[in-house]
Design a protein around this ligand. Structure first.
Ligand SMILES: Cc1ncc(C[n+]2csc(CCOP(=O)(O)OP(=O)(O)O)c2C)c(N)n1
Ligand SMILES: [Mg+2]
Length: 329
């Protein structure tokens, strides 16, 4: 059972992710953030609902849209913002940027610019945990588009064969850049003839479930069963979470492939508003308290922006430290 404190905490984390992403959207438009940025706003319930089931020693692998996963794992938002700004105080000393934030101490094995690359990393980590004989688990977050990458399909197969403690979490936001991927549509056969990723998982011998990705409590419950199964040593599961991203594929995306009406429709089922309504109806918190929590999240992000802007850039003499490319190659 979720305690009231834990639910309030989950609400705060969702608000913190939203505040972070909304602010980054503005900062990017102002030209303050270099590189590519993919925002998670709209998908908060997935990261928070799943990660609320994790404990110390568990790991996650992430995607190019990884800020929400980082924040839900407890990565410091000041370091994250500084990382986006390319500053020395960033989580990865300003050298990774949005798509390469990793914080091993927190169990966050890294955002990843390579679509589907989290699959092999997750099963590698899970194999290590199994060897060590712990009851820790690994969550592999990946998009709907990533589900058709060979590396992900091989990871599903190996995870099932080796009975690894992995939870595959599909963030089906319906688009892979501008292509409608697995969601049934006139274009569906261009990508896969399977009706859904959940259905396809059965073929690998992996139990799966389709989840309302806008309802954090539904995600929490589905993930709880999958995490418990993995901790018992019974192997992997897959959660197919239906969700939606509010901003473009990347910041700067003209979004010609979807309508304003479609976005408005999804915003009506906003995960933070749905949770807020539930918390009030369940008597967990008053509207006043929930509004204060949201304001607190916004100020935490403001502090992070200040911290980032006041932080120095890395020294040029450190350009080749902590990076894995050969400067002479
Ligand atoms: C191996 C690889 N192929 C292609 C790309 C280019 N790319 C970046 S994001 C993306 C779409 C990913 O879609 P999805 O997995 O649904 O994630 P979403 O962006 O919707 O969160 C593609 C094709 C890449 N980064 N890596
Ligand atoms: Mg997608």
């Amino acid at each position: 059972m979720l305690t009231h404190d834990k639910m309030i905490n989950m609400y705060y984390t969702m608000c913190l992710i939203r505040a972070f992403e909304d602010r980054v959207h503005e900062l990017f438009a102002q030209g303050k953030i270099p590189g590519f940025v993919h925002l998670y706003a709209g998908e908060e319930a997935v990261a928070v609902g799943v990660i609320a089931n994790l404990k110390r020693g568990d790991f996650i692998t992430s995607t190019h849209r990884g800020h929400g996963h980082c924040i839900a794992m407890g990565v410091d938002v000041r370091g994250m913002m500084a990382e986006l700004f390319g500053r020395r105080t960033g989580t990865c000393k300003g050298k990774g940027g949005s798509m390469h934030i990793a914080d091993f101490e927190k169990g966050m094995l890294g955002a990843n610019g390579i679509v589907g690359a989290g699959g092999p990393l997750a099963i590698g980590a899970a194999l290590a945990l199994k060897y060590k004989g712990t009851d820790n688990v690994v969550v592999c977050f990946a998009g709907d588009g990533a589900q058709n990458q060979g590396a992900v399909l091989e990871s599903l197969n190996l995870a099932a064969v080796w009975k690894l403690p992995v939870i595959f979490v599909v963030e089906d936001n319906q688009y892979a850049i501008s292509l409608r991927s697995l969601t049934p549509s006139a274009l569906q056969p261009r990508v896969s003839t399977a009706k859904s990723v959940a259905e396809r998982a059965i073929g690998f011998g992996i139990p799966s479930i389709t989840v309302d990705g806008q309802d954090v409590l539904a995600v929490y419950e589905a993930a709880k069963a999958a995490v418990e199964r993995a901790r018992r040593g019974e192997g992997p599961s897959l959660l197919d979470c239906k969700t939606y991203r509010y901003y473009g594929h990347f910041e700067g995306d003209p979004m010609v492939y979807r309508s304003r009406e479609e976005i408005e429709e999804w915003r009506k089922r906003d995960p933070i508003l749905i949770f807020k309504d539930k918390l009030m109806r369940m008597g967990v918190a008053t509207e006043e308290l929930l509004n204060q929590i949201r304001t607190k999240a916004v100020s935490e992000v403001e502090e992070a922006v200040k911290f980032a802007e006041e932080s120095p850039f890395p020294e040029p003499s450190e350009a080749y430290t902590d990076v894995f490319t050969d400067p002479y190659y």
